[in-house]
Design a protein around this ligand. Structure first.
Ligand code: CAA
Length: 386
């Protein structure tokens, strides 16, 4: 048993324990079944809301817990260790739409949306990517045209986590005109609700992992959005999205740390009880060394994440550090889950044990909210800037 380090406050430890208990009781026992049917009960979102986990970063005046980023990310790690699908719903909701409304919304938008988002009555989603605009996010083509006191939107958004069950969707769309394209400065953010005419949920993706988390396309077909649903200033949507993704990437790093933690715990338990050649696997140094490397990389990922979160809470600029945290944690999750499967041998390759699901779940952490290659671009630009 490795000693737990003590840099967390008493309150942070309590939050960690609440999240761990919820994960142990509600998520870990069900995650395999939810993965198999590609669905989880709708009640899970409300249960997260009842625990306060959908408004962790929101001030109390908007119904949130008013906590720091580190507390939120500690809870998110525990939720991810129980079920990575639940974790991505929690991460996207907290880090992106709620934080965007809090940071850039009008007072009316905050009071309309945030209290219900804090309880989980309204789940949030983030719609940036499109079928032809993924890593190159400023190439989005969904177009908004002003018409009286509303905007009319046409286009398709892709890879939208929570998109078919969200009541509040932050969508980045073009508000510049074909005759005056302004690149990333021609994009604005809108608060979309599914009751608006012209809103359609499209294809639900059939994914390798995170199968209990819905990922859908959304199509806007003459979607009429009242002008007061524009978030912040016209033309600032790309910058708002990029700023919010810094927090989002810390959330995905926490999710990756949780996946790696779960894989390591399963691997330790299995290699202790599995005997070959007359002794437990843990008595083979090849196995012990592998576990040591897994534990070390996990610790490094968590340490980087916590250091970055603490710096963010002090108000420091952590854009490149958030990218490093996501890059390192997601590649660690992929590596640790791969090693876990190797330690389980054939049993790791079949669905009798959870490590194959953890391996499938880990992969997308290297892809979404900016692929590992995009994180390297962000880090590389910071490293080489004068
Ligand atoms: N904060 C503030 N402003 C920022 C910023 C940030 N973090 N990043 C960029 N900007 C500003 C720049 O300063 C620049 O402003 P000016 O026009 O005044 O110069 C403007 O935004 C354009 O920036 P870049 O020139 O850097 O833009 P780029 O086209 O080179 O793209 C990129 C940069 C880093 C590659 C960016 O496109 C990117 O992050 N791509 C990945 C997109 C992504 O992460 N998508 C995830 C979608 S969400 C998801 O995964 C689904 C889900 O539900 C989980």
């Amino acid at each position: 048993m490795i000693e737990t380090l003590t840099h967390l406050s008493e309150q942070q430890r309590e939050i960690q324990q609440v999240a761990r208990d919820f994960a142990t009781e509600r998520l870990t026992p069900n995650a395999g079944a939810w993965d198999r049917v590609s669905e989880q009960p709708a009640s899970i979102v409300r249960e997260l809301g009842d625990l306060g986990f959908l408004g962790m970063l929101l001030p109390e005046e908007y119904g949130g817990l008013g906590l720091d980023s580190l507390s939120y990310l500690i809870a998110l790690e525990e939720i991810a260790a129980g079920d990575a699908s639940t974790a991505v719903a929690m991460s996207v909701h907290n880090s992106l739409p709620t934080e965007m409304i809090l940071a850039f919304g009008s007072e009316a938008q905050k009071t309309t949306f945030l209290p219900k988002m804090a309880t989980g009555e309204w789940l949030g989603a983030f719609a940036l990517s499109e079928p032809e605009a993924g890593s190159d996010a400023s190439a989005v083509s969904t177009q908004a045209v002003r018409d009286g006191d509303s905007w009319v939107l046409n286009g398709t958004k892709a890879w939208v986590t929570n998109g078919n069950r969200a009541q509040v969707i932050l969508a980045m769309v073009r508000t510049d005109t074909p005759g005056n394209r302004r690149g990333s400065r021609g994009i604005s953010a809108f608060i979309i609700t599914p009751d608006l005419p012209g809103f359609h949920v499209g294809k639900k993706e059939d994914k390798m992992g995170l199968r209990a988390s819905p990922t859908v396309q959304l199509s806007f077909d003459g979607l009429r959005v009242p002008a007061d649903r524009l978030l912040g200033a016209e033309g600032q949507g790309f910058v708002y999205a990029m700023q919010s993704l810094e927090a989002g990437r810390l959330g995905i790093a926490a999710q990756a740390v949780g996946i790696a933690k779960a894989a390591l715990e399963h691997a330790i338990k299995y290699t202790r009880q599995r005997h070959q050649f007359g002794k437990p696997l843990t008595e083979f140094q090849a196995v012990e060394f592998k576990l040591a490397d897994m534990a070390t990389r996990l610790h490094a990922s968590r340490a980087m994440l916590h250091t970055t979160a603490a710096a963010k809470d002090r108000g420091e600029n952590v854009g490149a550090h958030a990218a490093m945290s996501k890059l390192f944690a997601s590649e660690t999750a992929m590596w640790v889950t791969t090693q876990a499967i190797q330690l389980f041998g054939g049993y790791g390759y079949v669905t009798d044990y959870p490590v194959e699901r953890l391996f499938r779940d880990a992969k997308v952490t290297e892809i979404y909210e900016g692929s590992s290659e995009i994180q390297r671009i962000v880090i590389g630009r910071a490293v080489t800037a004068s």
